[in-house]
Structure formats: structure tokens, C-alpha cells
Design a protein around this ligand. Structure first.
Ligand SMILES: [Zn+2]
Length: 466
């Protein structure tokens, strides 16, 4: 039949949910992969014994063929498996009707003014064979057989799909207020809704969706696309090196104990459902939190330079910084170090970042069924007695900042919520790591959106209905 997979244009995951195995043919591929791993390790440390490293690597790789090694949460999430098809589906085979161009050839796409959305499942060969409905039919079925044509292998097809969760993430994470308004002087269809804009953005690029996998060439998908070799079945092609495996072998790990290192090096986490917020660690594990050095300064020191800056001003500057930049800023002088890493101020700024800033991706999306409830129940687990007053006393007036309007609006922002510990756990979570990956791709779409609002179509492929 010549079937194949195509990938969601946001997450790069096929409607099958992604790979289930490291490689298709363990006997053949384990040998060559183990050889690559051993060569890399020997290159870094020629004193090691090649054949014993090769054997350890080969054993660990073959272990994936014999145990349930794929972490829970991969491949079993409906958010990646049901999809939203975007386009026009008027033909019997679920394809769009095209319109004649100047030469009378049917080559023009309908514009985005009346774009349709279809909730679809049972993806196959870039299309879908079922439509989903919210209500059951007479037979208790929530779906009916119906073709939806989305493949990019047909160049005369403007339709594409986004997995259902990704569609909601994209809608929630494209920051409308950060975009220029739609403008009648710009060449695109006026008055487009979100789906209409997405449809015209995807179909008006000079480089349209890549033919075999259906992804946009202008988006960086971090190598997940390599896993689709006709079908998206194996994790192995998305490997970005073997540094975790190498360090595991160096620690003396073998067999099953090396599997977590394989999961890191083969980037399996990119297929993890992105809605598993971490629970608090067991008691005693909290001591792993970053321990910031605090400086005691004399009042006449020039190091107190920033001590007089209003907490609100400092907060306004700090809350929009990416986290690495925030900590880089805190390392610039003792005064900023003291202010920015003071427990109360840090707690407050992290909550601001989660609410409206660069950590907004951690917050649940109300349009995805169950997300908010799940996230809130985890937030309740984290809620414990607030940072004590004496811990925050060295930040002086900053403690008042934590009590602003929206501290009470949301469990994650309440004064009792330990933001630093929670974020520390999030950055160690494969699920949240994947959520952050999706956010990063959504932000790349935001750049396309901005470009579209400012300059319109790169290529006009549409029949204009206005
Ligand atoms: Zn997706």
C-alpha cells in the first residue's frame, strides 16, 4: 500500500503517538551503534578498553528489546494522537476544491476567510479516516468514518494538521498582544481568525511544508523529524550524541541501569506527554535546591548600589528575563546577587515569570480538558508553610511585592507556593521538558505570525474571496 507517517507541524510527532522502540532490527543495529558509542568513548579516553566498552554498550542497547523500557507517558497520550485538521474538506476524499488560475489550471487555494477545522483521528498517510464528535451516535460511537486529506505529498493540497493538544497550546501561547494588529494595507485576507491566519501563514511561505514528513522547513524541530523514516517507529535516529551513555559507563553502570542514559541520549523525552506536573520530592530531598551565596555588606560599600532601587522597578526589569539571564544578572555584583537571590524576591519574580513571563509555559491551558484540574491538584501538594519571615528579612521592602493582586488568584501564585522548589522539579521532569520544547516551537510560530502581520504572504497562492 505504500503507507507512511506525516508529522504534526508543531511537535513533530505522528498521529501514531511516536516511536515505541529504539531500533527496528536490534541484532544488526545494536552492533553498529555499540561500535559508534565505544569509538566516541575511546576517542575521549584512549586508555579505556574498546572491546569491554563495546560489550557494555551492546548489552544495554539489546536490553531495550527485552524489557519495557519506554517511559510511561510516551505514545499513549490522546493529545498527540487526535488531531485538528485545518483547511477545506469539500471533496469526497476530504480534499480542498481548488480554483482556476490565469491559465485555467486548478492551482489556486481557497483563502483563509472560511477555513474549517475538523477533529480527526486514525491518521494514515498524512490523512485521517475518522471524524470525532463530542456526542455519541445511536451506536454509542464518538467518531464516524470520513476521509480528511492533509498530506503534503500532494502539492495541490493546502490542508494540514496539528495534534489536538498542540493546536490548543499554539492558540494559548501565541501572544496576540505582542503582535502588530492586522492591517488592511498588508497583503493577506482581511479579518482572519486564528485558524485562518495559521492556514495562510503555512500556505503562503516560499518554502512550503516539506513533502515527505509535512513539517515547515523554517522551524527548528530539534531533530525529532529524523525519527520519521517513512514511519515514525524508532527513537534511534534522533540521537544527538552519546554523552549520557558515556558518563553512565564511566560510573560503572551496565545493562538495565544504563537505560535512563539511553533515554536521554536518544531524546525519548520529546515524545512524553507534556502535562505531568511533578509532585514534591520525598521529604529530605529538598536539600538539593540551589544554595545561593549571600553576602553581608557594609553600608558604605559601593556594593550596595542596587539596594536602594525600588523592588517594583527591579521586579519589572527582572520578570521578563529568561531564567539563565536572570541568574547571570544576579552574578554581576554583590548587591544584585543579594537582591535577586533573596528568597522572598526570588519567589516573587519566579511567580511573575510563571504567570506572564518566560515561564508561562508551565501553567496549565484551560482549553485542554483536565489540564487545569491536574495542575491544581499538584499545586496543592506543593503548598506548605510559606518562606519564613526571617529567611526573607535581608530583602527588606521586597517582601511587600509578594502580596500583589494576583498572588491570590491562582494556587501557583499564592504566597505559600514554593516556586523555586517547584521549578527545580519541573526542570528535572521529562514531561515539563517536552512542554518547554513545545513552547519554544510555538514561539518560533509567533515569529512567523509577526512576519505575516507585517508583510503578509511571501507567495500569493490563493483565490481571493473578498
Ligand atoms: Zn503536535
Amino acid at each position: 500500500m505504500g503507507g507512511y507517517d506525516q508529522l504534526c507541524i508543531l511537535c513533530g510527532i505522528a498521529p501514531s503517538g511516536g516511536p515505541s522502540q529504539l531500533f527496528t532490527d536490534p541484532c544488526d543495529e545494536a552492533d553498529s551503534l555499540a561500535a559508534q558509542i565505544a569509538s566516541k568513548i575511546i576517542l575521549a579516553d584512549p586508555s579505556q578498553d574498546y572491546s569491554s566498552i563495546f560489550q557494555i554498550a551492546q548489552d544495554a542497547l539489546l536490553e531495550t528489546d527485552e524489557t519495557e523500557w519506554v517511559p510511561k507517558g510516551i505514545r499513549d497520550w490522546s493529545g498527540f494522537q487526535t488531531c485538528v485538521a485545518v483547511g477545506y474538506f469539500d471533496n469526497e476524499d476530504g480534499a480542498a476544491c481548488l480554483f482556476p488560475d490565469d491559465q485555467g489550471r486548478d492551482s489556486l487555494f481557497p483563502d483563509g476567510s472560511k477555513v474549517q477545522l475538523r477533529h480527526v483521528s486514525d491518521g494514515s498517510a498524512g490523512g485521517f479516516t475518522s471524524i470525532l464528535s463530542d456526542t455519541a451516535d445511536a451506536n454509542g460511537q464518538f467518531k464516524k468514518a470520513c476521509l480528511t486529506h492533509c498530506t503534503s505529498r500532494d502539492p495541490k493540497n493546502p490542508n494540514f494538521f496539528v495534534s489536538e493538544a498542540c493546536y490548543h497550546y499554539l492558540e494559548a501561547w501565541i501572544t496576540a498582544s505582542a503582535l502588530p494588529p492586522q492591517c488592511s494595507d498588508v497583503p493577506y485576507t482581511p479579518g482572519l481568525n486564528f485558524a485562518g491566519e495559521l492556514y495562510e501563514i503555512v500556505n503562503s511561505r516560499t518554502e512550503v511544508r516539506e513533502r515527505l514528513k509535512g513539517l515547515l522547513p523554517c522551524i527548528n524541530y530539534s531533530g525529532i523529524e529524523e525519527t520519521c523514516e517513512q514511519y515514525q517507529e524508532d527513537f534511534q535516529p534522533s540521537s544527538q550524541g552519546f554523552q549520557h551513555i558515556a558518563s553512565g559507563i564511566e560510573e560503572g553502570l551496565t545493562g538495565e541501569d544504563l537505560l535512563p542514559h539511553l533515554i536521554q541520549d536518544f531524546q525519548c523525552w520529546m515524545f512524553m506527554r507534556p502535562d505531568i506536573w511533578p509532585s514534591p520530592p520525598d521529604s529530605g530531598a529538598g536539600s538539593e535546591l540551589p544554595d545561593f551565596t549571600h553576602y553581608h555588606l557594609g553600608m558604605d560599600s559601593k556594593d550596595v548600589l542596587f539596594d536602594n532601587m525600588s523592588a517594583d522597578v527591579l521586579l519589572t526589569i527582572a520578570r521578563d528575563l529568561p531564567l539563565p539571564s536572570y541568574f547571570a544578572l544576579s552574578a554581576t555584583c554583590k548587591s544584585l546577587r543579594r537582591r535577586l537571590t533573596g528568597p522572598v524576591f526570588l519567589d516573587c519574580v519566579l511567580k511573575k515569570m510563571m504567570a506572564l513571563g518566560p515561564l508561562r509555559w508551565i501553567m496549565p491551558i484551560g482549553t485542554i480538558a483536565g489540564e487545569t484540574d491536574r495542575a491544581f491538584s499538584i499545586a496543592k501538594e506543593w503548598l506548605k508553610p510559606a518562606i519564613s519571615d526571617d529567611q526573607g528579612s535581608d530583602t527588606g521592602s521586597n517582601s511587600t511585592v509578594a502580596k500583589d493582586d494576583y498572588a491570590e488568584r491562582h494556587l501557583f501564585h499564592s504566597t505559600d507556593f514554593p516556586a523555586l522548589a517547584f521549578l527545580h522539579a519541573c526542570f528535572a521532569s521529562d514531561s515539563m521538558r517536552n512542554r518547554q520544547r513545545l513552547w519554544g516551537i510555538a514561539k518560533q510560530f509567533e515569529v512567523l505570525w509577526r512576519d505575516f502581520r507585517l508583510h503578509g504572504w511571501e507567495v500569493d497562492r490563493f483565490r481571493h474571496s473578498y
